[in-house]
Design a protein around this ligand. Structure first.
Ligand code: ATP
Length: 305
């Protein structure tokens, strides 16, 4: 079953059509990356999923139930982490989570156990400081704990890693990986390496449309075209290389960037054997030679360029 289904969803602000009849679905238990450049409409879409923003057209279903603007019924399935979560700075994490649980009417004993579990999950179990003194990463981790209080079936995170340093980002990604399977996770971002690390599937939002969607591995395989990268130390070596007989045949598939030559081919093994043989024959020793695999970055650049 899909935790989220979106069919022909549209939204305009005035005459500006931000979302133009998009459709995608998110399988239960998976981690889904919702990608797009700044201003692509990711937050707008998330707000419509939460019923906080009126759609112009289309259908949104969360855990099989349709979402209606202004009704929060389907939000009982959802945990939401906004891009900049707001807290009461004078509270300690445990006090804050207790307040959140009490507001939503959680049973006292269950709430106590849940707070313990969640503070452990996000690595704040021994932290007795006031939230006001927390780093951004700690606030994001507390935000995740808060959004998981009610054991949501669907966790929606709006750019949870964008403002964090590499250590903070890794901590968040590790937490999302730990809850995978228990909750379905949707997270929006433009940091493609984060997506590559943890997402099962993605959708790329571009100019109001879903420019590309599907399982990350299948998308990469479908676009498979490997690139051989040869980095030369000397310009004279590069010039000599470019005059190799067969290299002239490949010229439509060659890019030269500084002293780096990139050759793309569907039969990269054959190209590599030829290049190594010829370089050896001419006694040219490159600084580096390697096969570059297709990356999400390449896919993204292809669809948004
Ligand atoms: N209430 C609003 N009224 C008018 N325009 C809006 C409103 N909310 C968003 N927009 C516009 O809609 C577009 C999409 O905004 P949105 O915040 O959804 O993008 P995003 O993909 O989340 O971007 P970012 O990565 O920068 O957060 C932007 O051009 C934004 O200016």
């Amino acid at each position: 079953m899909d935790s989220l289904i979106i069919e022909n969803l549209s939204k305009s602000f005035g005459s500006n059509r931000i979302i133009d009849s998009i459709s995608f679905s998110v399988p239960q238990g998976s981690i889904f990356g919702f990608l797009g450049e700044n201003g692509a409409g990711k937050t707008t879409t998330m707000k419509m999923i939460l019923g906080l923003l009126k759609k112009d057209d289309g259908i949104i279903k969360v855990c099989g139930e349709e979402v209606y603007y202004g009704e929060t019924k389907t939000n009982r399935f959802i945990g939401y982490l906004p891009d900049v979560p707001a807290f009461y700075g004078y509270m300690k994490p445990i006090e804050y989570l207790k307040l959140c649980g009490e507001i939503t009417g959680m049973d006292g004993k269950i709430l106590k156990r849940r707070i313990e579990e969640l503070l452990n999950l996000v690595g704040l179990e021994n932290n007795n400081k006031k939230i006001g003194g927390f780093s951004r990463g700690m606030k994001q981790r507390l935000g995740i704990a808060q959004s998981l209080l009610n054991e949501p079936k669907l966790l929606i995170c709006d750019e949870p890693t964008s403002a964090l340093d590499p250590v903070g980002r890794k901590e968040i990604l590790d937490i999302l990986l730990k809850i995978k399977g228990k909750s379905t996770v949707i997270f929006s971002t433009h940091i493609l390496s984060d997506v590559e690390k943890i997402c099962d599937s993605i959708a790329i939002l571009h100019k109001g449309n879903i420019a590309l969607s599907g399982e990350v591995e299948k998308l990469k395989q479908g676009k498979r075209k490997d690139v051989l990268s040869i980095e030369f130390t000397e310009q004279t070596d590069l010039n000599k290389f470019m005059m190799f007989e067969k290299i002239l045949d490949y010229k439509e598939h060659i890019n030269v960037e500084g002293k780096n030559v990139l050759i793309s081919s569907n039969n990269i093994g054959k190209v590599q054997r030829y290049v190594l043989f010829e370089l050896g024959k001419e006694n040219i020793l490159p600084a580096k030679i390697e096969i570059l695999e297709p990356t999400l970055e390449n896919l993204f650049m292809e669809v948004v360029k």
